[in-house]
Design a protein around this ligand. Structure first.
Ligand code: MN
Length: 128
């Protein structure tokens, strides 16, 4: 089976590094974008199996990215997982309202992280 391709849209280098490390260790192919616009372009170009989406990005925010992707038919079934801050409770609801499939909270729990990603790839519901 082909490895799952995950697009990370995240401007923070350390977070991107950690996600990449965990995903690669879990056998997944990783592609990266550092802002919302290039993330949308990369999604169109690379056709990922899942998107890990930071909310605070330097250009448009993650909600806008999710809304724009959800406006395109070809991304209908694509899991878009928001990376929200545990401290920002409102982000969770807002990300789901923007069209995200679910969310993972920062700080990341490395052991739970891959299980969550695999769950979302298998079609699990939001907020698990
Ligand atoms: Mn950020």
């Amino acid at each position: 089976m082909k490895p799952a391709k995950v697009l990370i849209i995240e401007d923070n280098f350390q977070n991107r590094y950690l996600f990449k490390l965990l995903l690669a260790k879990g056998g997944m192919e990783v592609i990266e974008a550092e802002d919302g616009r290039s993330g949308i372009a990369m999604a169109a170009e690379m056709d990922p199996d899942l998107i890990l989406l930071d909310i605070q990005l330097p250009d448009i925010d993650g909600y806008q990215v999710a809304r724009e992707l959800r406006g395109r038919r070809r991304f209908d079934g694509l899991p878009i997982i928001a990376v929200t801050s545990y401290a920002m409770a409102g982000d969770r609801e807002k990300s789901l309202a923007a069209g995200c499939t679910g969310y993972i909270e920062k700080p990341i729990n490395p052991t739970a992280f891959m299980e969550q990603i695999r769950g979302f790839l298998n079609g699990d519901a939001a907020g698990s």
